[in-house]
Design a protein around this ligand. Sequence first.
Ligand SMILES: Cc1cc2nc3c(=O)[nH]c(=O)nc-3n(C[C@H](O)[C@H](O)[C@H](O)COP(=O)(O)OP(=O)(O)OC[C@H]3O[C@@H](n4cnc5c(N)ncnc54)[C@H](O)[C@@H]3O)c2cc1C
Length: 438
Amino acid sequence: MIDIDRKPIETDVLIMGGGIAGLMAGIRAAGLGASVVIAEKANTRRSGCGATGNDHFMCYIPEVHGSDIGPIFEEYRRSQVGGFSDASLAMLFLRQSFDRVKDWEEWGISMRPWGHWDFSGHAFPGRPRVWLKYAGHNQKAVLTRKAKETGARIINRLQMTDVITQGGEIVGAIGISTRKEEPVMKIFRAKCVILATGCGSRLYPPPSPGWLFNTANCPVCTGSGQAIGYRAGARLVNMEFPQRHAGPRYFGRCGKATWIGLYKDPQGRIVGPFVKKADKKLGDITGDIWSSVFTDKHRSGEGPVYMDCSTTSDEDFQYMMWGLVQEGNTGMLDYMAREGIDPRKHMVEFMQYEPFLVGRGIEIDEKGETCIKGLFAAGDPVGNFRADCAGAATYGWIAGESAAGRAGRIRKFQTAEKGPLVEESQDFYGRILDRGQG
Ligand SMILES: Cc1cc2nc3c(=O)[nH]c(=O)nc-3n(C[C@H](O)[C@H](O)[C@H](O)COP(=O)(O)OP(=O)(O)OC[C@H]3O[C@@H](n4cnc5c(N)ncnc54)[C@H](O)[C@@H]3O)c2cc1C
């Protein structure tokens, strides 16, 4: 049995998930005067895939790249994030990305730690570089503070489970609060809902059975947004193409493009075709566009594949170590220090991690809206656009703006709390909680 709090919470815009996309949506919608609730399963100050930091922000900066956006668009398409995106959404993203960079810098995230726009890593030799290197270790704290200052209400430890629709339009949502010993179901009346619940991890078997929480992505992002959208009738796309990220073996994701060195086989031969000399400007893009190289070489008997930093210059090595901190990989750095592992002397074995869903899921239009009126999505759960943290920031902003606009045109809240979904949910989650085991 689970109790229901029968007094609905009314809000113009309800945002499910307080990651990068959710907080950016909240900041924009509240800034435009909408009442906003951000319902977050964990705590927005340290939640989601950007919890402990990121260090690359894909963007187009005209003063660096020139006035022709075309080559940057091409580069985006060839990158590890661009292949499945709708062209119109990608172009809109690139055009707005610099505005989000400037916002973040103004709010206190260091987007040019060396005083200039520094594009490095994830790069092909001789082609434009599109990933801005930034200091993202404090990004969640900064965005949380900004969302609160702007007037968004954040409710932590509230796991959202469904949206409520009437006549094909959003009227509310259901969630389960775990703030107290006994969970309580909460009902929302909302004019718009934004699904910003991040990627879908832990849906596929991990590399070994003991790895359930040592995942390549945030372990609590389990594809809720895609599931909620699907149950409500939203269109999902590209679901048949899960991703596999790669990085240091046994470290459930601790940088890939952040490392500066060369991928080598056990005989010391360079594995990829792109770089012959370690260079911070490029990184080694082999791991981005051929992430199965680590599995392929292992299976063919030519592996494992290692990251070799022995020829990386001192300056580039310091830059790499700084980047690993900004990306939040301090657990691995502590481990290496404790065990006396020095990447300049010891090659570090890399592996491909378990599959997950990112940029695979809910189809949106250029306003961030799904095919259901009043239901929006942004960030990793979107299926026809992907640009990771920069994409989450940009489409979070767009969805927040669109949702605030729509909410402003709707005069009153609908009674969401009376429908059958509420009773069905109470029964379903009550039965799970009442289980004696399992
Ligand atoms: C180690 C690592 C390094 C990375 N480095 C980079 C990088 O350098 N550059 C880059 O572009 N990208 C990077 N990424 C990816 C980037 O972090 C994500 O693309 C980005 O965080 C996506 O933002 P989001 O808002 O969509 O999802 P998230 O930031 O993951 O936020 C989703 C939020 O939803 C919450 N949530 C989930 N389900 C529910 C629910 N049912 N109810 C309520 N809340 C829910 C989660 O707790 C979380 O707070 C990295 C990822 C990892 C794991």
